[in-house]
Design a binder for this molecule. Structure first.
Ligand SMILES: NC(=O)c1ccc[n+]([C@@H]2O[C@H](COP(=O)([O-])OP(=O)(O)OC[C@H]3O[C@@H](n4cnc5c(N)ncnc54)[C@H](O)[C@@H]3O)[C@@H](O)[C@H]2O)c1
Length: 343
């Protein structure tokens, strides 16, 4: 059992604290400490969750009671904070996006290698029960050949100040589409974004990923009051289709629907209806933290390691470049290795 700390206790950090406190009760964590530069916020969270707090994370760098830290500060601060904790010998789980630039993400991977620290990226949707079940069934071949994936992520609210929808939301799809198709990158990526408020923060993005045999589309926006909070995934396979409502942790829906062909020409629709797969409830964040603790204990590579975080940031970076230049970005193996991607 290890002592852990949560750095950044705002909107999302408080969920990390709550989940760790539950894991503490379940005997998986020894101690939980927190840090927030905002004194009032740190005190409030300390009172709510009965945990020790500090205002300056430097106070935790040499703390022998803390072995692992979760970085849940605003994304532009991740690089400096993660670097300091790894250099101080702590294992780190950092929220997505791991950094705001792919060069910084690469540097963090190098530091993790040199210091032999665990570096894990908080790509939470990989720990979602429906995504886990879907991935398992895709690997078993149950969906046939995956032809298309698409996601709609809508919300109505003030855009974030520190990053736009590509880094805040689209980064999930950039990772998940590759993960579900067992690929590191798409062949190419095209993005269109919209800056309604002219403050440089895009609040709507359309991402199109071409994987050759499959294509992935994501529409992300903070401007849509029509559906409430909406975030779902449809996967179209040659044999079956799948639907995941990310807000429903206990169901995966499969559609026994396919288009039959004759010599590769579509001739008939076959639709045998839908099948609901009930899933055991599991909170994705708690699953993610449990995985992190297991990696810390066993010194094993996380499912969402630094490389996964780096690839997602590189794709997000290139998506913004595509929207700026109006060009399609080609991911070619040699150029990815050299840190450059073709346009
Ligand atoms: N995985 C997810 O689904 C998910 C959801 C929301 C946010 N996030 C990520 O979590 C991170 C935080 O987002 P948020 O919405 O909670 O932001 P937030 O602004 O609500 O909270 C950030 C907190 O960090 C504190 N902070 C800033 N600099 C600090 C420092 N140097 N040391 C200690 N504390 C510091 C701030 O005072 C604030 O309380 C972002 O990287 C975001 O992308 C992930």
């Amino acid at each position: 059992m290890v002592g852990v700390a949560v750095i950044g206790t705002g909107y999302w950090g408080r969920n990390h604290i709550r989940a760790y406190k539950e894991l503490e009760k379940e005997g998986m964590v020894k101690k939980v400490k927190i840090c927030d530069v905002n004194e009032d916020q740190a005190k409030k969270m300390s009172n709510t969750y009965k945990v020790e707090y500090v205002f300056d994370f430097d106070a935790l760098l040499g703390d022998p009671e803390i072995k692992a830290v979760n970085i849940v500060t605003p994304s532009p601060t991740h690089f400096e904070v993660v670097k300091k904790f790894m250099e101080a010998g702590k294992d780190v789980l950092v929220e997505k996006p791991v950094t705001m630039s792919s060069a910084e993400a690469k540097e963090l991977i190098e530091i993790a290698d040199r210091t032999k620290r665990i570096l894990m990226a908080g790509h939470i949707f990989r720990y979602h029960p429906a995504v886990k079940e879907l991935k398992r069934r895709i690997e078993l071949g149950e969906l046939g050949e995956v032809k298309m994936l698409f996601t709609n992520r809508f919300f109505f609210g003030l855009p974030r100040k520190d990053m736009g929808v590509v880094y805040a939301l689209g980064i999930h799809e950039l990772d998940l589409f590759c993960y579900l198709l067992d690929r590191e990158f798409p062949h190419s990526l095209t993005a269109v974004t919209n800056h309604t408020f002219k403050n440089g923060i895009e609040e709507t993005a359309f991402l199109a990923l071409d994987f050759g045999e499959a294509t992935g589309y994501a529409l992300e926006s903070w401007l849509v009051p029509v559906y409430g909070k909406k975030r779902d995934l449809v996967v179209i396979g040659s044999e079956k289709c799948a639907f995941v409502d990310y807000l429903n942790l206990q169901e995966l829906t499969l559609f026994e629907a396919r288009i039959l062909t004759d010599n590769a020409v579509p001739v008939r629709v076959e639709d045998e209806g839908r099948q609901s797969i009930p899933l055991t409830y599991a909170e994705p964040l708690k699953e993610e933290l449990k995985h992190f603790l297991a990696c810390v204990k066993q010194r094993s590579k996380p499912l969402t390691d630094g490389e996964v975080g780096w690839r997602a940031v590189l794709m997000a970076e290139k998506a913004l470049e595509s929207s700026r230049t109006g060009q399609r970005i080609i991911f070619n193996h040699q150029t990815i290795k050299d840190g450059e991607v073709n346009v």
